[in-house]
Design a protein around this ligand. Structure first.
Ligand code: NDP
Length: 290
């Protein structure tokens, strides 16, 4: 029996649990977690993501503000905003929506965020802590979501499973590989220069696709009964001329072969925002402890 890993429902349950913790924090420590999201430019997909992030943060009982900056905003001006937010003790989480316009250096912007408020978990300090296995708790959101969904099928103990991650980006591939290693998986990271990718994937008990190519992973790549986590979000135009979202996995093919799979949409995507809220709460709790 194949298990469809329902990210929408899992995210809803996580948000409900977070809402209870937010109420407790307000009562016990008299603080309300606050997330500020900065959006530079007019990218339509980013606008939708930011709107959802702000709305869901508020629905969980936290405060969320959006700072909208024009496409032509200079890097210096963006850094000034970050400096102010770093200083503002009422702000617990700061997120700069990526991608940024081409004239702004993404690494410089990420480096300018106070690591304690870096709810995306992209700052080199948080990435380094994750690498060292001594995480601050501010772990990148999409990778956290992947692990939560994989455990729904496999249970909490992933020890000894062979996990293959296709993709080595700093925001998905590398951090999810580190989390799998912490879970005692044997981890293979594949990428565009990997030789015999199909054979590598065929060995996976857990296959995580974070590539950015629509329907890239085919049924013959997947071991019978494997857990398949599809991170990809690709917009395609159908034969009828309408647009739709598909993952990096050819769902219709793979669903007949695997043990469990995340759909797109409704799989990893909703988990990413829920884990962002989780990180905001963690950052707020840390601010009380410090
Ligand atoms: P990147 O473009 O940064 O990384 C893609 C990775 O895929 C690279 O490491 C690249 O290898 C590898 N790759 C590309 N082509 C091949 C190939 N032919 N064979 C094997 N590996 C290949 O993408 P991201 O990690 O940012 O995102 C990946 C996907 O996940 C995208 O579809 C994105 O939209 C989606 N995404 C979804 C999120 C969610 O919330 N669900 C959040 C973030 C991303 P190399 O390094 O060698 O170039």
């Amino acid at each position: 029996m194949i298990m469809i890993l329902d990210g929408k429902l899992t995210a809803k349950n996580l948000r409900a649990q977070l809402a209870v913790e937010v109420t407790e924090l307000k009562t016990k420590a008299s603080i309300c977690p606050k997330l500020v999201v900065i959006l530079v430019g007019n990218d339509p997909a980013s606008q939708v993501y930011v709107k959802n992030k702000v709305r869901q943060t508020q629905e969980t009982g936290m405060v969320s503000n959006e700072i909208k900056l024009a496409e032509e905003t200079s890097q210096e001006e963006l850094l000034k905003h970050l400096h102010q937010l770093n200083q503002d003790s009422s702000v617990h989480g700061i997120l700069v929506q990526l991608p940024l316009p081409a004239h702004i250096n993404e690494s410089a912007v990420i480096a300018a965020i106070n690591p304690e408020k870096d709810v995306d978990g992209f700052h080199a300090i948080n990435a380094g802590l994750l690498f060292n296995g001594e995480s601050s708790g501010l772990v990148p959101c999409t990778p956290q979501g992947c692990i939560i969904l994989a455990k729904q099928y496999l249970g909490n103990d992933l020890s000894g499973k062979h996990a293959v991650v296709i993709g080595r980006s700093n925001i998905v591939g590398k951090p999810v590989a580190m989390l799998l290693l912490q879970e005692n998986c044997t981890v293979t990271i594949a990428h565009s220069k990997t030789i015999n990718l199909v054979e590598v994937c065929q060995q996976a008990d857990i296959l995580i696709a974070a590539v950015g190519i629509a329907k890239f992973v085919k049924a013959e790549w997947v071991k019978e009964g494997a857990t398949v986590i599809d991170v990809g979000i690709n917009r395609i135009i159908n034969h009828e001329g309408t647009a739709s979202l598909v993952g990096d996995v050819d769902y219709d093919e793979v669903v007949g072969k695997c043990g469990a799979i995340t759909p797109v949409p409704g799989g990893v995507g909703p988990m990413t925002i829920a884990c962002l809220l989780k990180n905001t709460l963690i950052a707020a709790k840390h601010s009380v402890e410090n």
